[in-house]
Design a protein around this ligand. Structure first.
Ligand code: PEP
Ligand code: MG
Length: 318
């Protein structure tokens, strides 16, 4: 019974009309990666590497990082793993890397902005990613990108990190779509990326100017606001056929939100390991034509509450 459930979970998720939607997992450790594999995830859509870097006196070496990334690849047994470079800011202090206090950490030097101030540390991480990529399918994800120059700078460091060899041919390079400017100007990024991974947690806070986790703004900071959905849809439609587009924010784990994401053209979701089976089950209920129609209505809605009402009305057992 348990073995049968596991096999069922690991089956690919196809919509009723036969379109594949991959459902991968967001993980922060090798233990998470094993849990993801056990729940039938199609891969790791987001490896948050922060855990490796926090609470220690010196940064992890390339060898330590390579070992961790390879262990995650091993846990997923040949399925793809998206490794995100260090995503911290002034709000997460590192003992070996003192940073000036930020008055406004979410609008400050964080993610790739911070990484590019210490190219030595970023190059070490990229070297570990290159080494891991020789052992399995790896995507590199760059967090908090705002402008194309940041992608070009990371690509230059990636080439240096791979030296004396070339960057592994199978290594895909992607950016996180977390800043509205990227979604609005996605054409500028497409020549330089293989993957766009939409981080709706940050994209929502920057679109609605409502800090993540702010206790008074939870209702305002709704990833199903039509303005956020429009940015997701623009990204997916402009990237179609040119880059893979995935959604890895919390909203992807909400079965009620899956139809609108699929309707906007998203074919890759990445969710907490515990949500993989439920999201696959939701995908199997869907018809992509009906989802596209639903998405059109959601984009025309006035506010997140109306979107949520539309999604409830469209739900299979409503
Ligand atoms: C996001 O911003 O949606 C995301 C997936 O990244 P994190 O939650 O780690 O900021
Ligand atoms: Mg983020």
């Amino acid at each position: 019974r348990h073995a049968r459930d596991t096999a069922e979970a690991a089956r690919e998720a196809l919509t009723r009309d036969g379109r594949r939607v991959t459902v991968s997992a967001n993980v922060g450790s090798v233990a998470d990666a094993r849990a993801a594999a056990a729940t039938g995830a199609d891969g790791v859509g987001l490896l948050r590497t922060e855990v490796l870097f926090l609470d220690r006196d010196r940064p992890p070496t390339a060898e330590e990082q390579e070992q961790e990334y390879r262990a995650v690849l091993d846990a997923l047994a040949g399925r793809p793993v998206a490794i995100r470079t260090l995503d911290v800011g002034g709000d997460k202090p590192l003992r070996y890397w003192p940073q000036p206090a930020e008055t406004d950490p979410f609008l400050g030097v964080r993610g790739v902005r911070l990484s590019l101030t210490r190219p030595d540390l970023l190059r070490t991480q990229l070297a570990a990613v290159c080494r891991a990529a020789r052992h399995g399918p790896v995507r590199l994800l760059v967090p908090m990108v705002t402008v194309v120059e940041e992608v070009l700078a990371v690509r230059r460091l990636l080439a240096e990190a791979a030296a004396p060899g070339p960057v592994p041919a199978g290594l895909q390079v992607g950016v996180m779509v977390e800043v509205p400017a990227v979604a609005l100007d996605v054409e500028a990024f497409l020549p330089h990326v293989d993957v766009l991974s939409i981080g709706t947690n940050d994209l929502t806070q920057y679109t609605l100017a409502a800090a993540r986790g702010h206790p008074a703004l939870a209702a305002l900071a709704d990833p199903l606001h039509p303005a956020v959905l429009r940015l997701v849809g623009e990204t997916a439609s402009r990237a179609a056929g040119r880059a893979a587009v995935s959604v890895c924010g919390e909203v992807a784990a909400d079965p009620a939100a899956v139809p609108v994401l699929v309707g906007l053209g998203v074919r890759e979701l990445s969710v907490a390991p515990s949500a993989v089976a439920g999201v696959k089950a939701a995908v199997r209920q869907l018809d992509t034509g009906a989802c596209a129609e639903l998405a059109r209505r959601c984009l025309a809605a006035t506010g997140a509450a109306e979107v949520r009402a539309l999604l409830r009305a469209a739900a299979p057992d409503a």
